[in-house]
Ligand binder design. Structure first.
Ligand code: MN
Length: 144
């Protein structure tokens, strides 16, 4: 009985460790894209906040047309990404390049390289609203 109890405790310890090493709650996955929340703070502009997120894209993966309730300021960390703001020609950016998305403009991003691509996205957005709205999900309730 004592041995059984010890084994059970060991098993619980191992399971607890496994949970620790699983991707954190801050990580959200969606088909080859990982968004890792880094920081979020109120700013000196009433009703707005600053949010920083690292976004990783697997090769060939595209995040479709979407928009934000504020500006998005992008710094490419690794790989090659193609950004497309609706109505503008697409731009290809590599590590070290920057990109600016005006408030409410629909845009998409695609990893056009053979390796992982990642960006640091900084949002200055309205507080209390969702971080992004996909174009196909846009309806009166979330109208930008
Ligand atoms: Mn965006």
């Amino acid at each position: 009985m004592k041995i059984y109890r010890k084994s059970l405790l060991t098993l619980i310890s191992i399971l607890s460790l496994l949970v620790l090493f699983l991707p954190g709650a801050a990580k959200a996955q969606q088909s080859g894209i990982t968004r890792t929340d880094l920081q979020r703070h109120d700013i000196s502009v009433a009703g707005y906040e600053a949010i920083q997120v690292r976004v990783d894209f697997k090769p060939g993966i595209e995040f479709g047309l979407h928009a934000h309730f504020g500006e998005e300021i992008i710094y490419v960390l690794e790989g090659i990404l193609e950004y497309d703001i609706e109505g503008n020609p697409p731009v290809k950016l590599k590590a070290g390049d920057v990109f600016f998305v005006p408030a409410g403009k629909y845009h998409s991003a695609k990893n056009i390289g053979n390796n992982n691509a990642a960006e640091l996205a900084t949002y200055i957005v309205e507080k209390g609203k969702q971080i992004l709205v996909m174009k196909e999900q846009d309806h009166s309730k979330n109208k930008l």
